[in-house]
Design a protein around this ligand. Structure first.
Ligand code: MN
Length: 310
């Protein structure tokens, strides 16, 4: 029996749904939900035991060029590993035979990890269940949300809200059962109620934090800085729009996860460039960068003077 290992992105539905698709297609599946910076280490762990697996899929994530070189040189590795990604900053990884990065397909439709993996499974595995309308709808909703093209299909956004409410493990469990039991997809009353409550909470939170912004000048930019860990995308987008005449963009400093999220709406701002300066990456109007590991302990020392972090 064929044994499959899937490494996928822990951050959003685009990483979660490939687990559901894999569970429907493969009987013997092991999977890992990973952050972007954990992929290389996980793959290095798997290389010495790769003969245990028939295929190793890496979806919505990518590996370093250094590791890709090593895999490309070894037929035993590259015949089993298949990277399926859509991040535009990784297009150059198409140099390697086992890596497929697609931003837009031939018809100009933006792709996501889930949509690419779904097409791959449809093409290579003869599983009737994959053709169910509910799966097609969920794949499309997730692709829309992940590529910021949901505005023309507003109902798609609910799936990302429910992912935030459920958390990734419950999301996988719930929608795995859902697609087995249903032919078509629709939100039920409970989903809609949860989304309504969530939306109220987000609006209340935005109303609270909108006055906590600290104006900061960096280079030639005037940035609105906010210490906030919650509802990053909604808060960032709402504040960037609300304060478009005051700030060039919004920077949300997240102390717990030690990173910063940037959101802009102005055309003259390219956050990719700004975030890269601070070791990050992203898109023109939505990007992120890490903050130093020492930030949390420095704050503790500043508050509890003379203290020692054990
Ligand atoms: Mn994605």
């Amino acid at each position: 029996m064929s044994k499959i290992r899937l490494l996928t992105h822990i951050a959003d539905p685009d990483g979660a749904f490939p687990v559901i698709l894999s569970k429907l297609v493969f009987e013997d599946l092991e999977y890992d939900l990973l952050e972007v910076n954990e992929v290389d280490d996980k793959v290095k762990e798997l290389l010495p035991i790769i003969e245990q697996y028939d295929q190793v899929f890496i979806v919505d994530l990518n590996i370093s060029r250094y590791l890709a070189e090593e895999i490309e040189q070894n037929a035993g590795y590259k015949n089993k590993i298949h990277v399926i990604d859509h991040h535009i900053g990784k297009m150059d990884m198409n140099d390697y035979s086992f890596i497929q990065v697609v931003d837009e397909d031939e018809s100009g439709i933006k792709q996501s990890g889930t949509s690419l993996y779904y097409q791959y499974l449809l093409k290579n595995y003869d599983k009737l269940i994959l053709h169910k309308p509910c799966i097609q709808t969920l794949v499309e909703y997730i692709r829309r949300v992940d590529t910021w093209t949901w505005q023309e299909l507003p109902e798609a956004k609910g799936i990302s809200g429910l992912f935030g409410i459920f958390g990734i493990d419950y999301f996988i469990e719930h929608y795995y059962e859902y697609v087995k039991d249903h032919d078509t997809f629709s939100y039920d009353d409970k989903d809609l109620y949860l989304l309504e409550v969530e939306n109220l909470q987000i609006q209340n939170y935005i109303n609270k934090v909108k006055d906590d912004i600290i104006p900061v000048k960096v280079d030639h930019y005037c940035i609105g800085v906010l210490f906030s860990d919650r509802y990053t995308s909604d808060v960032g987008n709402a504040l960037a729009e609300m304060y478009q005449d005051t700030y060039d963009f919004i920077a949300m400093i997240k102390l717990r996860t030690k990173n910063i999220s940037y959101r802009a709406i102005k055309d003259n701002v390219d956050l990719t460039v700004f975030a890269q300066k601070y070791g990050g990456n992203g898109h023109k109007h939505a990007a992120g960068s890490p903050i130093p590991d020492t930030v949390q302990t420095n704050i503790i020392h500043e508050i509890f003077i003379g203290s020692e972090v054990l």
